[in-house]
Ligand binder design. Structure first.
Ligand code: FAQ
Length: 324
């Protein structure tokens, strides 16, 4: 066990007080700043899981790129999926500022140690699912990410500002695709309804367990890593989405959705938390397939990493030659 002497303890207490003051003053914590180890670990956990979600999230939609119903839809979907890759890359880079390498994060994802958003473990059965993902999944992601623009870790907050702008386009294109289906033939409308019914509940689960069950919330809220609670964000999403369902002319995916005048919010039914637990613990419909595909794609990209290493080595040798 490491023994900390009194001087070191006093210095640490001072650093901790400075850190807490910064948090209280709404200042950002930056990569070179002192931070408690538990803060660093928690931000790495959340940011890397967020990055993994963006990357794994490319798979369900990527499945439809070759089958998009028109050139316009295909071009939009291609650029959206590329945006998700970009989001993953900003987030991996920002997470690296906390002293973890990208390969360590990938290893944690592939071994199952690190999670990613459960929603991406469901299949995309029809074209309408692609619309529903843009509308509901990106819609839920934005509600959360807007609050994360004020997260206390500087690089994460700045990444969120850029990501939110792109997610906003994603949400709109998804809604527009759903609108076209909902106002199309009876079969297309039914496809839109089925996609809404299937994607609705997993979208609500994206906000995580109820506040009372959330392991990390109280510490994350105290350190302003999270700015709004899981349940409050979920309610915000429900309140903004129900009127959109009405505009689409679709049936509510949950018969218990009802405006509550007293609360000033929509009431809704209870989420199937057993299903949530199973999916986050690896037993969702597509968990195995998602990680298998990730491993294969990562393996196929090994030649790029090899080339980067060889190039770096050459640069070092050149520098050494010039210095000699
Ligand atoms: N899925 O104590 P809490 C996107 C885990 S980006 C899987 O409440 P926390 C873009 C949680 O990790 C979507 N696991 O946790 C896109 C923890 O497990 P751990 C991703 C979940 O962190 C769109 C345990 O349960 N967005 O969609 C989930 O305080 C379309 C206890 O939970 C973010 O990651 C879940 N849904 O709150 C891409 C936003 N919920 O780590 C392609 C940033 C909880 O101890 C297509 N993250 N868990 O093993 C956050 O805001 C938070 O991490 C929460 C969870 C709110 C997700």
């Amino acid at each position: 066990m490491q023994v900390i002497n009194k001087d070191d303890q006093a210095a640490m207490a001072q650093e901790l007080a400075k850190f807490e003051q910064k948090i209280a003053d709404e200042q950002k914590i930056e990569p070179g700043d002192w931070m408690p180890e538990a803060y660093r670990k928690n931000v790495i956990r959340q940011m890397s899981q967020h990055a993994h979600s963006e990357i794994i999230g490319m798979q369900p939609e990527g499945n439809w790129i070759t089958r998009a119903p028109s050139l316009r839809r295909k071009a939009i979907l291609l650029s959206k999926v590329q945006d998700e890759a970009g989001h993953g890359l900003y987030l991996y880079s920002s997470t690296e500022t906390l002293g973890i390498s990208r390969s360590q994060m990938i290893e944690a994802l592939q071994s199952g140690e690190a999670k990613y958003a459960q929603i991406f473990n469901y299949p995309t059965l029809t074209w309408a699912d692609v619309g529903a993902i843009g509308w509901l999944v990106d819609g839920a992601a934005i509600v959360n990410q807007i609050s994360l623009q004020r997260t206390s870790y500087g690089p994460y907050a700045r990444a969120m500002v850029r990501i939110c702008k792109e997610e906003s386009f994603h949400q709109r294109q998804g809604y527009e695709a759903m609108y076209a289906l909902a106002h199309g033939t009876p079969v297309q409308k039914q496809m839109a309804q089925d996609a809404l019914d299937r994607v609705w509940w997993p979208s609500l689960m994206m906000f995580g367990p109820h506040d009372s069950e959330s392991a990390h919330s109280s510490q994350s809220m105290a350190w302003k890593i999270k700015r709004v609670s899981n349940d409050d964000l979920r309610q915000k999403f429900i309140d903004q989405t129900v009127p959109q369902i009405e505009v689409l002319g679709l049936e509510m995916p949950d018969p218990e959705i009802k405006w509550n005048e007293e609360r000033g919010h929509y009431d809704s039914g209870e989420i199937n938390w057993q299903e949530f637990k199973e999916v986050i613990n690896g037993s969702g419909p597509c968990n195995f397939q998602r990680i298998k595909h990730h491993k294969a794609a990562h393996q196929e990209g090994e030649w790029v990493r090899e080339a980067v290493r060889a190039y770096k080595q050459k640069q070092i040798e050149k520098q050494n030659e010039t210095a000699a």
